[in-house]
Design a protein around this ligand. Structure first.
Ligand SMILES: C[S@@+](CC[C@H](N)C(=O)[O-])C[C@H]1O[C@@H](n2cnc3c(N)ncnc32)[C@H](O)[C@@H]1O
Ligand code: SF4
Ligand code: SF4
Length: 302
């Protein structure tokens, strides 16, 4: 006779009863890279590599959080999520819509029907100055080695900082014939007292870079995924309307950020970009794109 095993899993942290249509989860705080711009490993975020949750508990907790908060879409992140590839591929099935953002150094996961975003921060020299020596070539190799007909949508994402901004146009020219479904851009999200030199002191200075992304989109509309309406909202005369000085207008705050906290329990941060963020200089493309889409819907629904 088959014996029934009644396994009791640890229940997830109580995040209240708010509905979150989307969420992100850092499945691990471990990463094989140490990128200079990375918000995850900033001082006051939950990010200790020794804080871990086993696969079965994580699957149980993600399902429980999905049901409690009506989460429909989940972004799998880290650290490097592909360090826990099997878990991620299983957990993706729990949600109506799942996507992964990966550094691409462990190969590109095959996730038919899903979006996999591969981070690459410009042409080789500029990328490797941020992501580490040899990373560009390694990621390029994995992109070319993947099965292009497996039904996975793969896009490259360049996070633009003051340091790699000079490489935008060259990057698009270089990757436009690669076997991917396009290139996306997002901009650096600084801390409140950011002295990394990666952000722009003055939003006016960033405007010049935003305009260059708009120009590159106009030149390669099928390759560059960013939409011009959203990019225009990033310009200094409009951006605060979208974010607020302290994130008070930000639509991305409706996303539940599940960071891996103390003792391997989920903790939420102020927003997906962690706790210490300067919303008045936020460069998260998703914030502006979301706002643009909501405006469009408002306009069409009268
Ligand atoms: C934190 S990483 C985690 C997933 C994976 N390790 C990777 O690098 O893609 C997710 C994305 O955030 C971007 N990112 C890191 N630090 C950032 C910052 N300060 N501002 C905006 N985007 C940032 C990365 O370039 C990457 O595309
Ligand atoms: S690979 Fe991703 S998680 Fe790792 S340091 Fe770089 S940006 Fe951060
Ligand atoms: S940093 Fe950006 S994404 Fe985070 S709350 Fe502020 S405006 Fe929103």
């Amino acid at each position: 006779m088959k014996r029934e095993v009644n396994v009791q899993f640890r229940e997830p942290t109580d995040f209240g009863d708010v509905e979150y249509p989307s969420a992100l989860v850092n499945v691990t705080n471990v990463c094989n890279l140490s990128c200079s711009h990375c918000f995850v490993f900033r001082a006051d975020n939950p990010n200790r590599p020794k804080d871990k949750m086993d696969d079965a508990t994580m699957l149980h907790q993600l399902e429980a959080l999905r049901d409690r908060h009506k989460i429909r879409s989940m972004l799998f992140m880290g650290g490097e999520p592909m360090i826990r590839r099997d878990l991620v591929l299983k957990a993706m099935d729990l949600f109506e819509q799942s996507s992964i953002v990966t550094n691409g150094t462990y190969g590109i996961p095959s996730a038919p029907g899903h979006l996999v975003t591969v981070s690459l921060d410009g042409p080789e020299e500029l990328n490797d100055a941020i992501r580490g020596e040899g990373v560009f070539q390694k990621v390029k190799r994995t992109i070319f080695e993947r099965d292009q007909n497996d039904g996975t949508t793969v896009i490259l994402q360049m996070t633009i900082t003051k340091e790699n901004a000079p490489g935008i146009e060259e990057f698009v020219e270089m990757v436009k014939d690669w076997p991917v479904d396009g290139v996306a851009f997002t901009f650096y999200v600084p801390t409140k007292e950011d002295d990394s030199g990666l952000g722009w002191e003055d939003l006016g200075e960033r405007d010049e870079v935003v305009r260059r992304v708009i120009a590159v989109k106009q030149k390669h509309p099928d390759v560059v995924k960013s939409n011009i309406g959203a990019l225009e909202l990033m310009l200094s005369e409009r951006c605060l309307e979208v974010t607020g000085e302290h994130g008070e207008h930000c639509g991305l705050r409706l996303m539940l950020p599940l960071y891996m906290g103390e003792g391997g329990n989920f903790e939420r941060t102020f927003c997906c970009y962690g706790n210490d963020v300067d919303c008045s200089r936020c460069g998260a493309y998703g914030v502006f794109n979301g706002y643009w889409h909501r405006k469009q819907q408002g306009a069409t629904s009268g």
